[in-house]
Design a protein around this ligand. Structure first.
Ligand code: ADP
Length: 399
């Protein structure tokens, strides 16, 4: 480990994911996670040198969780004192309009992230706790915050404005922010490398299909539209989130089904999407259910693909023509060949042609899965948000 390294921390409400990254080589040196913080059956996992260590123990709070992470490094390696850590990079979900770029942390920055909690009540409280305890434990190196929203701050007002009364929207900071920005930016840059093209010279569409899912239209390296909105609930069908629906459904659920605001919130975020449609939010199991003849799973798949195709068509229009490349990334996008094939088949009228054999190959490499005569390249590019955060962190502390 001769290069400078960055410790990347992604703190959620009850989890801390961490990775020690060499931003120069791109290597993930070690990593792991702390789960079920605040519960009696907490869990810690640490990976280093191809070995995985896990333990169950109660984790009282985020401070306790991060001290456990230090202990895991101490016990299983690598020794942090010898790891040349030059900075800690924190993933933060919501940066609002306040943070269009990654930012070096000081007290004022922490306060501003705290002020954004009403916009991201599920995500930002955990981030703030993670940053606070990490600054205590790593007090002699800089900390950098990298926001899921920053990449989308370039969107034009026509794309980020909701048709609500403008003063009310301004008073409550209601607009499209977009999320997964670190992934969309990283993957769009990798797409340029894969095509051997200058990023600023072409248009592309990126579909990040994980448990959460979002899609973006990118013109010359700049985001011009994206499917997630004020919160990560809008847009595509996801593992447990509805994505788009008539907003009046919320009112109807309150009036007709008697659900409270909290119940509707849980329903739309945790009980809907694939899980709501067929009882399962893991796409591998949805595919197995379809194989077994389950009709609910088959419809869930069709709804998922329909929404995705509809977004791609609308983003072609937003971009003013066919993009150079449509890229699939994240757990579903990287591994589910059937989704890619169905989407490409739906776009056959635009001259999109998938190479079925290339598409079926399982690989961790960035690759093109369309035929040479396809009007649009279809690519599969593994995302790597930790590496992107580590690189942005290093660039800022070296600047
Ligand atoms: P997140 O980081 O948002 O939790 P991921 O990007 O890890 O999510 O994606 C999780 C999703 O990817 C799950 O629905 C899972 O079923 C799906 N997935 C992972 N591996 C495969 C696979 N081999 N085939 C199909 N789907 C897969």
């Amino acid at each position: 480990m001769s290069h400078a390294t960055v410790l990347v921390i992604n703190a959620g409400s009850s989890t801390i994911k961490y990775q020690l990254v060499d931003p120069t080589s791109g290597e993930a040196i070690a990593g792991g996670l702390v789960e079920r913080i605040g519960e009696s059956n907490g869990l810690v996992e640490h990976r280093y040198h191809g070995e995985e260590h896990s333990e169950e123990l109660p984790i009282t709070d985020h401070g306790h969780g991060l001290r456990e992470v230090l202990r895991l490094f101490d016990t299983h390696g690598p020794r942090l004192a010898d790891a040349h850590i030059v900075a800690v990079g924190h993933r933060v979900v919501q940066g609002g309009s306040v943070f269009p770029h990654p930012t070096v942390v000081d007290d004022d920055v922490v306060e501003k992230i705290r002020d954004l909690i009403p916009l991201a009540p599920l995500h930002n409280p955990g981030s703030v706790r993670g940053i606070e305890v990490a600054r205590e434990l790593f007090s002699d190196i800089p900390h950098v915050v990298v926001f899921d929203t920053s990449f989308f701050q370039t969107m034009p007002a026509s794309a980020y404005t909701y048709a609500l009364p403008k003063d009310l929207a301004a008073e409550h900071s209601i607009r499209r922010y977009g999320f997964h920005g670190t992934s969309h930016q990283y993957v769009s840059e990798q797409a340029a490398l894969l095509l051997g093209r200058d990023l600023t010279s072409f248009n592309q569409i990126v579909a990040h299909l994980g448990s959460g899912a979002s899609i973006s239209a990118i013109a010359g390296g700049t985001a011009v539209d994206t499917s997630m909105g004020l919160t990560p609930l809008e847009g595509l069908v996801m593992g447990t989130r509805t994505g788009d629906m008539d907003p009046a459904i919320v009112l109807h659920l309150q009036r007709a089904a008697g659900l409270s605001i909290d119940e509707v919130n849980t329903l739309l975020n945790k009980e809907s999407g694939l899980k709501g449609l067929c009882g399962n939010n893991d796409f591998r199991e949805v595919l197995a259910m379809i194989e077994a003849g389950n009709q609910d799973a088959a419809l869930a798949f069709d709804v998922y693909v329909h929404r995705l195709v509809k977004y791609i068509g609308s983003y072609m229009a937003v971009l003013g023509g066919l993009p150079e490349v449509i890229t699939f990334t994240a757990g579903v996008g990287e591994n589910n060949a059937l989704i890619r094939e169905r989407v490409a088949d739906a776009l056959a009228g635009f001259g999109v042609r998938i190479d079925k054999e290339a598409n079926a190959v399982r690989s961790k490499e960035a690759r093109i899965v369309s035929t040479p005569d396809s009007t649009v390249a279809v690519a599969v590019i593994p995302t790597n948000e930790e590496l992107a955060i580590a690189r942005q962190t290093l660039a800022l502390v070296e600047a």
